[in-house]
Write a protein that binds this ligand. Structure first.
Ligand code: HEM
Length: 422
């Protein structure tokens, strides 16, 4: 165990280890979060080594209330994304330097300039241009399963759509999709041993993916079009074009940020439809009217992202705790999304919830750049599924990744009546 013990000390209040990925194998530990919110909303958590023979980590502050996550996320001068990066891992040297090329690991003013330069494709106008492509991908995905009656939803639906959309968005040629999927799986697999990923696989896949991406960037510099990478190569900060290294990290960030999150939102949608039959009935009674509320509630209830990190740049106070400069803070979004001080009956699934103050996309400077695109993909896929396979329902519980970072199902069996005509 870490020899640092600060108060309030999380293990004095909860009996689960929030650093241990297996704690999240059945979904987020909502009761432990409720306990912390009630008794120690900002609590210090020790960090056991994840591998045998390694030293314990420095420990971190658990930020669990909606108000405190809001406070941290909207004060980048005090709570930095640049100092220690955006995940719980403590990185230094060249790895930290490389991470800082990433939009997510920057603070204002650099973050503000870069985000402004690249945000257009994610605006309502930019995302609207992708609608018909996303509809086509959703149709193709459902075409492939519509004649069956039982499938693994994660494998055959939820994984496919975001990858098809991302490869389209990122300029991957259709004939290279197989390669792109292989690299992506090796990269994603790295955080769960069941996906079979090793560090060596991860590094090799990342090198190959980066080489492929650099090639796309160079081609778009020579022949710009009306696509995302062309927007990036034409973007400027203070009259200077973005460097290829900045663009490649942005390109890679989209793949990482837009993939598993959308996949888990789709999987959570299936779980919610089966867990709450009266909500399903309401949704199907008028899909166009109720779909937007259903999507927001799935994001709140399903919590695709478990935490992001900030590092204190000065000594400060938060939720009654004394934070020291250099301390690590983990923002537990699932906890904020069950916080009864801002959400009535937070454990109920209610698609009519209004306002729905969830923090599934974060808040503040780093609010999810892909939120519109994510919502659009969920909406289009649910429309396609519920129109063509309206009785689709979970037939066995999901198996979940062991991760305290992303809340992903690895498998989710679903059953449905095959579409008429098959
Ligand atoms: C649909 C489910 C999604 C969820 C739940 C989600 C969640 C999040 C969260 C929690 C953050 C960090 C907020 C913070 O640190 O304050 C984030 C940032 C980000 N997301 Fe998403 N995301 C989703 C989909 C996407 C998609 C589809 C894309 C793009 C293809 C995307 C791209 C990004 C980017 C680029 C950032 C960094 C923004 C910045 O640092 O300024 N996300 N997302």
């Amino acid at each position: 165990m870490s020899d640092i013990k600060r108060t309030p000390y999380a293990p004095d209040f909860i009996d689960v280890d929030l650093w241990d990925p297996s704690t999240f194998a059945d979904g987020p530990p909502y009761e432990a979060f409720a306990q912390l919110r009630a008794e120690a909303p900002v609590a210090f958590h020790p960090e056991k080594p994840r591998r045998e023979g390694k030293k314990p980590g420095p420990g971190f502050w658990c930020v669990t209330t909606h108000a405190d996550i809001h406070e941290v996320s909207t004060n980048p001068d005090v709570y930095s994304s640049w100092l220690g990066g955006f995940t719980g891992a403590d990185i230094t040297g060249a790895v930290l330097e490389e991470t800082r090329l990433n939009l997510m690991a920057q603070d204002p003013p650099d973050h503000t300039h870069l985000r402004r330069a690249v945000r257009d494709p994610f605006s309502s106008h930019g995302v609207a241009k992708l609608r018909s492509a996303v509809e086509g991908f959703a149709r193709d995905t459902v075409d492939k399963i519509a004649h069956k009656n039982e499938i693994d939803f994660v494998d055959e639906v939820a994984s496919d759509l975001p990858l098809l959309v991302l490869s389209h968005l990122m300029g991957v040629a259709p004939e290279d999709r197989g390669l792109f999927y292989g690299w992506t799986n090796a990269i994603i697999g790295n955080h769960d041993p069941d996906f079979g990923g090793t560090i060596a696989d991860f590094l090799q896949a990342k090198d190959e993916l980066f080489a492929y991406g650099r090639n796309i960037i160079e081609n778009k510099r020579k022949n710009p079009g009306d696509d995302l990478v062309s927007t990036f190569v034409q973007a400027e900060i203070n009259g200077e074009p973005l460097e290829t290294e900045t663009i490649i990290h942005l390109w890679f960030l989209l793949l990482i940020a837009g993939n598993e999150t959308t996949r888990s939102s789709l999987t959570a949608s299936m779980e919610a439809l089966s867990a709450f039959p009266e909500q399903r009935e309401l949704l199907l009674s008028d899909l166009p009217t109720h779909l937007p509320g259903f999507i927001e509630e799935v994001l709140r209830w399903g919590n695709p992202v478990l935490h992001f990190r900030r590092t204190a740049s000065v000594d400060t106070q938060l939720g009654g705790a004394e934070i020291k400069a250099g301390d690590k803070l983990l923002l537990w979004y699932p906890s904020a999304n069950r916080d009864a001080t801002v959400l009535d009956n937070p454990h109920d699934f209610d698609l009519t919830r209004s306002p729905n103050m969830h923090l599934a996309f974060g808040v503040g400077q780093h609010f999810c750049l892909g939120a519109r695109l994510g919502r659009m993909q969920i909406g289009i896929m649910l429309t396609e599924l519920l129109t063509r396979l309206p009785d689709i329902a979970v037939s066995a519980p999901a198996t979940r990744a062991h991760s305290n970072f992303l809340n992903s199902a690895k498998t989710l069996p679903v059953r449905f009546t095959p579409e008429a005509g098959h």
